[in-house]
Design a protein around this ligand. Structure first.
Ligand code: CU
Length: 175
């Protein structure tokens, strides 16, 4: 059977987070998270098994009692690449967290990060301006000299920034 690692996500405030259900073991028991950023593990305990009562982490090394009902939040500090193991007090239930570099995350996750960064007026303006440059280059061949072409490129950049700032402001509804 293939064991698929569950990837930790990021919540609205940018906190890396993963949920683990405790019920005669850990679900998921294999987690992949990004190295170099803190990780919040939220345990949801769903049984009264003595084995579910404590969780022991390998790195940093500590153990914690899990709330009998509801959730227990455990914040792990930023750590380098490697593996963190977590087990119950007796070592019968086992889980592992693999910390990997951002580069090893799937391409879609990384693209989503870039797009998120481009969703600013300046990012959008820069993208649109880069799209305008070939047009200005084409004009320069037929009509413009070098100075005029640079001036046109500068004017286009200012226009895109102004336009995008205006558009983004316009799209923000007053509270
Ligand atoms: Cu146990």
């Amino acid at each position: 059977m293939l064991e698929q690692a569950v990837r930790a996500g990021f919540d609205g405030s940018g906190q890396q987070v993963v949920d683990v259900t405790v019920h005669r073991g850990y679900q998921p028991d294999s987690i992949r998270a990004r190295a170099g950023v803190p990780l919040r593990v939220i345990f949801h305990r769903e049984d009264s098994d003595a084995c579910s009562e404590r969780v022991v982490f390998s790195s940093p090394h500590f153990d914690r009692r899990l709330s009998a009902t509801g959730t227990t939040i455990i914040d792990l500090p930023a750590q380098g690449r490697g593996e963190i193991r977590f087990t119950c007090g007796m070592g019968r239930y086992r889980g592992r967290i693999e910390l990997v570099d951002a580069g090893r995350l799937p391409i879609l996750t990384r693209i989503r990060g870039w797009i998120h960064r481009l969703e600013t007026p300046i990012g959008t303006a820069l993208l649109l301006w880069l799209g305008t440059l070939p047009l200005i280059a084409l004009l320069a061949v037929f009509a413009l000299d070098a100075t005029a072409a640079i001036a046109a490129a500068g004017a286009a950049f200012v226009a895109w920034v102004a336009g995008c700032l205006w558009a983004f402001r316009g799209s923000t509804r007053p509270a």
